[in-house]
Ligand binder design. Structure first.
Ligand code: FMN
Length: 312
């Protein structure tokens, strides 16, 4: 059975998030409540193929066997680099590969990559074909269009005609960034288009979904899976099948786990770790004062000392 077909309708994915879904945070989410599928942060193919960037690319692609099923996400603009990187991803033990065609960040779009590919569909198609030559299942994660919502039909039709193994649609345009609500009203039409052009492609819906229960309506409409990104910041237990309340002590314990995993996996420097503290130290009396203290820490032992104080 192909990779994407092993999952039951309603399967869940943790969205790829640069600077967030690294090897440490993915293990935190696995401990809290596991999604069916993990994605890595995106890795640049230029980086992998260059001698200078390769080590960094390999660091980003590190995963543990128990994280399977995990999909490697890559981005770039040069088809031949996708072929080379896709081969390496297969050798690293990934069972599937995803191409980013949705990132709206200026430095990515300026290179023509991410959502920039929506404006160069011929190149996007060449990239998909090049990535497929490595023999791994290939999926694409994209947006509805570049600047106008009604680009969606033409753009997604072109992608679907490539017989992708899976397609994730973040229900916004590049121009909309994350500033407007996701266009849920389009889901039934997107499903109908997918069924007409590529009935075997697995369709994943993304955008503003906070829990699997939120996404259930899309599964009932005929989508295969849902993807949650920022919802995990609001609730690290968001993938729970039966949601329950979690105590302050549990959240603090999860934060300790995160810190330990950050160290164990050799991640550095310390400051980027602070961005996660709000996930755990939130929604209880005094949380903002504690967070403020944590933000002024300069190394892990100082943060752990503050957590010890909360425990007492
Ligand atoms: C901090 C951050 C980093 C992101 N990095 C990536 C990335 O590397 N690859 C990608 O395809 N999307 C990336 N995204 C977009 C998310 O995967 C997702 O499509 C978007 O957040 C919408 O889903 P949500 O409303 O569930 O968060 C990122 C989003 C955030 C907030």
């Amino acid at each position: 059975m192909s990779f994407w077909k092993q999952f039951q309708p309603g399967f869940t994915c943790l969205a790829p998030m640069e600077g967030v879904t690294d090897i440490a945070f993915r293990q935190v989410v696995a401990k809290a409540a596991r999604p069916d599928i993990f994605f890595t942060e995106f890795t640049n193919v230029n980086s992998y193929v260059s001698e200078k960037g390769r080590q960094n690319a390999l660091e980003r692609l590190k995963f543990l066997p128990e994280e399977q099923p995990i999909v490697a996400q890559i981005w770039g603009t040069k088809p031949e680099m996708f072929t080379e990187t896709a081969k390496a991803i297969k050798d690293l033990g990934f069972q599937a590969l995803d191409i980013n065609m949705g990132c709206p960040e200026r430095h990515v779009v300026a290179t023509g990559g991410g959502s920039g590919l929506i404006r160069t569909p011929e190149r996007a198609i060449e990239i998909i074909r090049a990535a497929k030559t490595a023999g791994l299942p290939v999926s694409v994660k994209t947006r509805l269009g570049y600047s106008k919502i009604d680009e969606w039909r033409g753009w997604l039709s072109m992608l679907l005609a490539e017989n992708l193994d899976a397609l994730t649609v973040h229900l916004r345009t590049k121009k909309e960034m994350s500033k407007v609500a996701a266009h849920y009203e389009l889901v039934p039409e997107i499903i109908a288009l997918k069924n007409e052009i590529a009935p075997n492609t697995v369709l994943i819906i993304n955008g503003d979904i906070e829990t699997p229960a939120d996404g259930q309506k899309f599964i009932e409409q005929g989508a295969d899976g849902i993807m949650i990104g920022r919802g995990v910041f609001h609730n690290p237990y968001c993938f729970e099948k039966e949601p329950k309340a979690h105590s302050r002590a549990e959240l603090v314990d999860l934060m300790r786990t995160h810190i330990a995993l950050y160290e164990q996996n050799g991640l550095s420097p310390y400051d980027p770790l602070k961005r996660f503290f709000k996930i755990y130290i939130n929604n209880f009396p005094g949380a903002s004062e504690i967070r403020d203290k944590l933000m002024h820490t300069r190394e892990i032992p100082e943060a752990l000392a503050i957590l010890d104080e909360i425990g007492e």
